[in-house]
Ligand binder design. Structure first.
Ligand SMILES: [Zn+2]
Length: 317
């Protein structure tokens, strides 16, 4: 049996997988961020204890545990250096803590990496060797898989596709402190950045009221873009342009078979994908265009636990 965990700021998704990576059961528990998140791993351990006993099993029947954490992970060490959403500060030795609680060999990775691995192995990536995911939400996250393995990089910062520089001329601040990042133009916060910058050029716009009341969100922008509002269309086209450049650069570097689009903004569907694809074809290195598909994530919130189970199977001894 494999224990799979995807720790989030409000819930922890848990899963039991058998040795052939078939999902046996999945469920979730609330994330208790009180006491600097000190109960989170204990609650996970307790929940697995209960669930295993329902299946007449114990931790002795488990070959490994995979844990996804929303923070910067040292993959080799199994440590995380703070996770704001969990109220975790400083260095936490997640691998050691969970191994001491459960007696089960544990592997820890960043949640976005494991979601990418889940999609690659069981979802939109169709188990192909080379896959890159872009998660378009409040920010832009993602992950890179080369030769069937997640790429972590020398300092664990590989796969941070939200911070590739595609829009330096926009001079918009990114959440990382830099400017010109994909995240500063192609996330919900990026769309709001650009709306603030460009809305004067498009008055009147269907977005005027929401911009002046500070309640603009990405869903509204996409809805009005589909209805032909000039400012909304301009923002979606700009976002698509920068994603096309970013994905084109990744494709020229790694030549993945699948670029997977996930996150809340990917709900805009074909309206967004067709625009990104058009820009990608315009900018990308031609041989990469021919061999790269741009597709939508298909596992939703379950991607993380699928990736957690998969990475255990890849590294367990
Ligand atoms: Zn950035």
């Amino acid at each position: 049996m494999i224990l799979a965990v995807d720790i989030g700021g409000t819930t922890c998704k848990l899963g039991l997988f058998d040795s052939s990576l078939k999902l046996v059961e999945k469920w979730q528990i609330p994330t208790d961020t009180s006491d600097e998140g000190g109960n989170i791993l204990k609650d996970i351990h307790l929940s697995f204890t209960d669930k295993l006993s329902v299946h007449k099993l114990s931790f002795d029947d488990c070959t490994g545990a995979g844990i996804g954490v929303p923070g910067p992970v040292d993959f080799e060490a199994g440590t995380v250096n703070g996770a704001i959403n969990l109220n975790w500060y400083g260095l936490k030795d997640i691998k050691k803590e969970f191994e001491e609680m459960s007696g089960v060999w544990t592997i820890v990775d960043n949640d976005a990496n494991l979601a990418t691995l889940g999609e690659q192995a069981f979802g939109a990536g169709q188990n192909k060797d080379d896959v890159v995911m872009f998660t378009l939400g409040t920010g832009v996250g993602g992950g890179v898989i080369v030769n069937n393995l997640l790429v972590h990089g020398a300092g664990g910062a590989a796969g941070e596709v939200g911070h590739i520089k595609v829009a330096v001329e926009e001079d918009l601040k990114c959440n990382c402190g830099g400017t010109g990042c994909l995240e500063s133009v192609a996330s919900s916060s990026g769309l709001k950045n650009m709306a603030a910058k460009y809305h004067r050029e498009f008055v009147p716009s269907a977005l005027d009221d929401k911009i002046s009341s500070g309640s603009l969100d990405a869903k509204t922008i996409f809805e009005h873009a589909e209805n032909g509002d000039s400012l909304s269309l301009y923002l979606v086209d700009k976002m698509s342009e920068y994603l096309g450049i970013g994905i084109g650069n990744i494709a020229a570097t790694l030549n993945p078979s699948h670029i997977i689009l996930g996150g809340g903004l990917s709900q805009a569907g074909e309206f967004l994908r067709s625009r990104i694809l058009g820009k990608f074809r315009k900018y990308a290195f031609p041989p990469a265009v021919e061999s790269t598909d741009i597709v939508f994530a298909s596992l939703g919130n379950d991607a993380g636990i699928y990736g957690a189970a998969k990475i255990v199977s890849q590294y367990e001894k």
